[in-house]
Structure formats: structure tokens, C-alpha cells
Design a protein around this ligand. Structure first.
Ligand code: NAD
Length: 492
């Protein structure tokens, strides 16, 4: 029988279930983009607080805006919002928890008015987001809000029924202002550098195009705290569903599996209070930036370092590649020699331990994260995570040899054919364009990095071009593995 408030009571003692009275919870947060990560992260932290009898008026109302969210609506609504979160420890232990912090789920297109009114409800004091990097509608060329996006344009016409998060959020804020209700805080939990600042800029830009006065009010009164979020959460598979049913006797349409590690560093800027997150291990700080640089330039950039080389070398799962000493050495060398020199001091973090923990996390055989996931949307990732490392090292006279090789591995991967001649499915908003350019590399080996929208002017610097060229030539001539071996010999 399906997981629900009723059936959860009958589960075995090996499953942690909500010990608190869910009927007493009140929604204080509307979350847009309830996917795997939100359910492994923010919803989990709230569930922990609720287990301590705290944050009972900070439960979550999920909000889906895209057609793909119909499945989540149906899954969660059939289960009273409950789902199973399974932590997969490296030793093979699985730790299941039924999470109870999501009490409601709305699919916007079913009733946009109801969703907006929910956000306008004074009881709701935070609107949080995990809508992916692309969900912020940043024009990659200008860094500004993309007013050319057809959905945004439709949302900007008078009397339009909202479709984008920008329209939902700004309309809800307008109603709060008009009614004299304190605004909610907009809390981005996406993997974007300065996620709060980016959200601020984009939501304000939409509001400005719609109603300049409202925009001014938002600028003056809505906080957008920055945060750094971390927990590797792969896409749920049918095997995961079967595992949850077999091992724990839970019939769950959409469980979440993830690694045991979780981290959240959050700025303390809220309009109308917040849950006492620090009581369950969240680092609440003045300035998130040093932590975020650490994460983006060590964890996320290392993911890019293993993704294309690993895929080209024939690996498909992240842990298989990271358990290979050649790859582990490459990642550590990148982090030590090129990532770390660009970081600021990170209070309270032992960087050496952090880097080794990263390799251990990536090597966890039970998480089964795929290289394909890490290879997706590279054009949103490499320019944000790795290119700044290259730029800063060039500016400081530092080394860029390994970063250049990582960029070359993406250029090689983007050709869309692996080393065995099999097609690669390049998942990227720019896939067509990237593959077309990558296939001209035989004639012009710098073609890929000439794209200044993606790479800025690093192609003008010989200190980058030299190692980039030689890595790309080696990838074509000798393949990924030998390329790494040669980089390794040259001092890794
Ligand atoms: P997911 O695909 O499971 O969920 C993404 C959700 O975002 C879906 O509900 C989708 O409908 C919604 N969404 C996407 N684009 C949108 C848009 N333009 N407007 C409104 N909603 C939109 O993905 P996930 O694994 O939950 O990851 C989501 C984000 O969380 C990532 O992009 C990243 O920023 C962050 N994150 C993920 C991980 C991870 O390991 N999965 C780790 C750290 C941070």
C-alpha cells in the first residue's frame, strides 16, 4: 500500500518516520521547483527541526510551474506529501527516513490564482527556489535578465495569466504590498554563485519591466539572502523505487536517494523571520562568498574535471572514475594547484580535509551518480565554475595547465562521438551549436574556445592556449586516459 499518513505508522522500526503531529504543521515556506535536491536538502533540514519540536509553522508548500511537475504533484498528493529519503553510506548501509515537512503541493497551471494567493498569505514568510541554473533567465551574453524570452514576454503583457516564477513571485509581492503585509524573503537554493544576488537582479528586472514602482518597493524591502548548498542527489531511478519497496516495505512513487554528506551555508537576511536552521547544522553566516567559491571551484569544477575525461575514457558512473587512482590524482592536482590558489580564507573549514572528503564522496559506490548528469548543461557550468579559475590564475601569474585540459576535454566531448566511435548525447541548451563548432576542430584547434560568450578572452592568452592545444591534440591522438597519464607525469 502506498505511503501516506495512514500507512506510515505501520512501517518497520528501521525506517525513521515523522514523530511529530503533521496535522499541526503550518506552511511558512512556498518552494518553487520541488525536485530531488530540495527534498534531500531544505525539506530534510526542516524535517529534522520538526523532529525536535521546532519550526512547526515553517512547513513547505511545494509549487510546480513546468509540465514536468505534474508527476511530482500526483506523486506527492497521493502520499500526503510524504516521501522516503534514503542516505547511501559508502559502506553499503542505507539509512531511510520518511520526510514529513512538505504539507501541500500546488501545480501552478491548475489554478494560478490559488498559488499566488498562497504566496500572498501572511503565514508564508519565505519563497524558496531550486529552479536550476537556467531558471533565472540570465542572458548568457550580457548577464542581464533576458527580456527576449517568449514566456517572459507573454508574462509581461497586461492581464496575462502568470507562467514563469518571475510573474508568480512579483504578483504575490504586489498583493502583499497593496495589503500592507510584510514581504516574504526570496531564498534561492540553486547552485549559482551569488544565488541571492542573481535572484534579486532577475526578479527585480522582471518587476521593473512590469511595474517600476513595484520594482522599487521590491528593491527596498525584499531580502534575497545568498546561500551555498551541497548534497549530491542523483535522479531517482526505477531501481531506487524497487529498492525502497523491497528493503523497507515502502511503496513510494518518488523516493529520493543521496549521499550522507549535506552542507548549507546561509546568509542571515530575512524579512519576517526564518526557521532556526543553525540548530540542525546549517552554517548561518554574514558572508557566504568564501564558502561558495570553495564549493564551486573545488567540488563543482572537479565534477567537470572528471565528467568529460571519465566519459571519454569509457566510465559511466562517477564513483568508477573517481576510484581510479589516475582520476583521483588529477582531481586533487587540479584542486591543489589551480582551484585552491583562487580561494579566499574560509573560516572554520580545513581545506585539505575538505578536498579529501570530496574525493571520498565522489567515490561512494552506492550513490551511483552518472557522468552523463555531470556532462549536461556544460555551457552553463564551465563558464561559471572553471573559467573564473583560469582568469584569476592568469591574472595572478598562476598555473592553468590542468584547467586548460579540462576545457579541452569538454571541447572533445562536444564533438558528440566517443573514443569507440559511438555517438554521445550532448545535453546542453547550446548542443547544436557546440557540436557543430567542435567538429571543425580538426582544421582549427582553437575554434571551440573562440566563443567569447562562453570563454571571454582566455583564447588571447598564450599561457592558456599552449596547454589547451596540447591537451586537445593529445585527446584526439591518444585518448583521454593517456592524456591524463601525460599530465600526471608532468608533475601531478
Ligand atoms: P530536478 O530536475 O529534480 O528538479 C528541478 C525542479 O526545478 C523541477 O521541479 C523543475 O520543474 C523546476 N524548474 C526547472 N526549470 C524551471 C523554471 N525555468 N521555472 C520554474 N521551475 C523550474 O533537479 P534537482 O536535482 O532537484 O536540482 C535542482 C537544482 O538544485 C540544480 O539545478 C542545482 O541548482 C541545485 N542543486 C542540485 C544538486 C544535486 O545534486 N542534484 C546539488 C546542489 C544543488
Amino acid at each position: 500500500t502506498l505511503l501516506s499518513d495512514e500507512t506510515v505508522r505501520g512501517l518497520g522500526s528501521d525506517v525513521a518516520t515523522p514523530p511529530y503531529d503533521r496535522s499541526a504543521l503550518r506552511a511558512g515556506i512556498v518552494h518553487i521547483g520541488v525536485g530531488g535536491f530540495h527534498r534531500a536538502h531544505q525539506a530534510m533540514y526542516l524535517d529534522r527541526l520538526m523532529r525536535e519540536g521546532k519550526a512547526l509553522d515553517w512547513a513547505i508548500c511545494g509549487l510546480g510551474l513546468l509540465p514536468g511537475d505534474v508527476r511530482m504533484r500526483d506523486a506527492l498528493n497521493a502520499q500526503d506529501g510524504l516521501y522516503t529519503l534514503v542516505l547511501k553510506h559508502p559502506d553499503g548501509t542505507y539509512e531511510p527516513t520518511v520526510v514529513g515537512s512538505i504539507v501541500e503541493y500546488l501545480y501552478g497551471p491548475d489554478d494560478p490564482e490559488a498559488a499566488i494567493e498562497k504566496m500572498a498569505d501572511p503565514q508564508v514568510r519565505i519563497v524558496s527556489l531550486t529552479v536550476t541554473e537556467g531558471g533565472y533567465n540570465v542572458n548568457p551574453v550580457t548577464g542581464e535578465f533576458d527580456l527576449g524570452n517568449p514566456q517572459v514576454r507573454a508574462d509581461l503583457t497586461d492581464g496575462a495569466v502568470p507562467t514563469t516564477s518571475f510573474a508568480y513571485v512579483t504578483e504575490a509581492l504586489r498583493r502583499r504590498r497593496d495589503r500592507g503585509v510584510t514581504p516574504f524573503t526570496v531564498m534561492s537554493c540553486d547552485n549559482i554563485q551569488g544565488n541571492g544576488e542573481v535572484a534579486h537582479k532577475m526578479f527585480a528586472a522582471f518587476a521593473r519591466a512590469k511595474d517600476p514602482e513595484l520594482a522599487a518597493w521590491i528593491e527596498g524591502s525584499v531580502p534575497f539572502p545568498n546561500s551555498m548548498v551541497d548534497r549530491i542527489t542523483p535522479v531517482t531511478t526505477d531501481d531506487d523505487r524497487a529498492m525502497v519497496a523491497e528493503r523497507f516495505g515502502i511503496s513510494d512513487a518518488w523516493p529520493v536517494v543521496c549521499e550522507p554528506f549535506a552542507q548549507w551555508v546561509l546568509e542571515d537576511r530575512f524579512a519576517d523571520g526564518r526557521p532556526p536552521y543553525e540548530d540542525v547544522g546549517v552554517q548561518v553566516v554574514e558572508d557566504v562568498m568564501p564558502y561558495e567559491l570553495m564549493k564551486l571551484r573545488l567540488l563543482n569544477a572537479s565534477h567537470q574535471a572528471v565528467a568529460y575525461f571519465g566519459y571519454l575514457a569509457g566510465y559511466r558512473l562517477v564513483h568508477d572514475a573517481c576510484q581510479d587512482p589516475l582520476f583521483a590524482r588529477f582531481l586533487l592536482a587540479y584542486m591543489d594547484q589551480e582551484g585552491t590558489p583562487t580561494l579566499r580564507p574560509v573560516p572554520g573549514v580545513d581545506l585539505t580535509a575538505y578536498k579529501h572528503t570530496l574525493i571520498e564522496r565522489f567515490s561512494n559506490p552506492h550513490v551511483r551518480d552518472t557522468l552523463a548528469r555531470l556532462c549536461a548543461e556544460s555551457s552553463d557550468r564551465i563558464p561559471k565554475w572553471l573559467v573564473p579559475v583560469i582568469r584569476e590564475n592568469l591574472a595572478a601569474g598562476g598555473q592553468v595547465r590542468l584547467s586548460a585540459a579540462i576545457v579541452a576535454s569538454w571541447a572533445r566531448y562536444a564533438e558528440g562521438v566517443d573514443e569507440a566511435g559511438e555517438p554521445i548525447e550532448v545535453v546542453d541548451r547550446l548542443a547544436e551549436q557546440l557540436t557543430a563548432v567542435a567538429r571543425t576542430q580538426g582544421q582549427d584547434d582553437l575554434a571551440f574556445v573562440r566563443d567569447r560568450d562562453l570563454f571571454g578572452d582566455i583564447v588571447d592568452d598564450d599561457r592558456f592556449v599552449g596547454p589547451y592545444r596540447s591537451a586537445l591534440a593529445s585527446l584526439h591522438r591518444d585518448g583521454a586516459r593517456v592524456t591524463l597519464e601525460n599530465l600526471d607525469d608532468a608533475s601531478m
